[in-house]
Design a protein around this ligand. Structure first.
Ligand code: GUN
Length: 293
């Protein structure tokens, strides 16, 4: 069994990005600039955004954090989006999800200029991705592709079972891994809460992508010997022995499952750090106008 070390790989990629930024600076070019909008005080969202800003510092990007109270109106938030769309100094930006219930997330996403949508959530970027056109890839699927690529994991012809059909992970990774590309060329089965006999579907997989948000959902009996397991889950589990009162666990019962795998990602230190690094890669692409010219 080989551990896919997302933490180490993300550090390597961030060093590569920092080198690029060094070259940009030498040539007196403009340093990439990412903005993040954070609404409310959800602790997980705060932690994610903190991480994104810290990564910007690490690679030498400029960053702007716009923090708003959860009482912000939809109209006020849309105005912020409009301002970021038209601000030439900002190369790309994200609006951290989830948003408070009185705000329509889909509408906010639709109002983001697709050329600055470094989350890859706008339907234009999603549609371009589905058709294999240049687009910003959503950060988590993009991070998974990089792990498969850099660890030289064969995907062509493999049966991949994705657990979960969210817009930001399950659905896009299913599309990406079935594309005629490398990594890609998988035969993909997408499973979800209504799948009949989910366990037997998963047990046929050469590659399992677990993105269902249920702690320890994937158990050893579901995993074929030699499978590749990518665990997207970041679940908080109560743990009184920890100072903060919880620990992070994945969607996979790591201790049971790992001995059966050829490759597996840990939680924490697997997909999570790769997601943030992918956002940095998208921001670099945005500053270079690589996708839309
Ligand atoms: N909430 C959970 N994941 C993400 C993400 O990748 N981007 C944004 N904007 N919000 C999120």
């Amino acid at each position: 069994m080989q551990l896919i070390d997302g933490k180490k790989l993300s550090e390597t990629i961030k060093e590569e990005i920092a080198d690029e930024v060094g070259l940009i600076k030498k040539q007196d070019g403009k340093v990439p600039h990412l903005a993040a909008v954070l609404v409310g005080d959800d602790p997980a969202s705060q932690a994610y955004v903190r991480n994104k800003v810290r990564s910007c510092d690490q690679v030498g990007f400029e960053s702007t954090l716009i923090k708003k109270d959860s009482s912000i109106t939809q109209e006020e938030l849309l105005e912020i989006v409009e301002d970021l769309n038209s601000n030439d100094d900002i190369d790309g930006f994200i609006v951290q999800l989830p948003l408070p219930k009185h705000i329509d997330e889909s509408l906010v996403t639709l109002k983001i200029d697709p050329t600055k949508d470094v989350d890859g959530f706008h339907p234009i970027n999603f549609g371009r991705m589905a058709q294999g056109l240049p687009s910003y890839l959503p950060a988590t699927p993009y991070g998974i592709l990089q792990m498969l690529e850099r660890y030289k994991i064969e995907t062509s012809g493999m049966h991949c079972v994705v657990i979960g059909r969210s817009n930001i992970v399950g659905t896009p990774i299913s599309i990406l891994l079935s594309r005629k590309a490398s990594p890609g060329n998988c035969t993909v089965t997408i499973t979800h809460s209504r799948t009949r006999d989910l366990s037997s579907e998963v047990s046929r997989a050469d590659i399992i992508i677990a993105a269902i948000g249920i702690p320890h959902f994937v158990t050893a009996d579901m995993v074929k010997e030699g499978a590749v397991v990518i665990d997207v889950g970041i679940n908080r589990m109560e743990d009184e022995t920890r100072k903060r009162g919880y620990r992070l666990v994945g969607d996979v019962d790591f201790d049971q499952v790992a001995p059966r795998c050829s490759f597996i990602t840990p939680v924490p230190g697997g997909v999570g750090p790769m997601t943030v690094t992918s956002l940095m890669l998208n921001t670099l692409k945005a500053s270079r106008r690589e996708i839309y010219g």
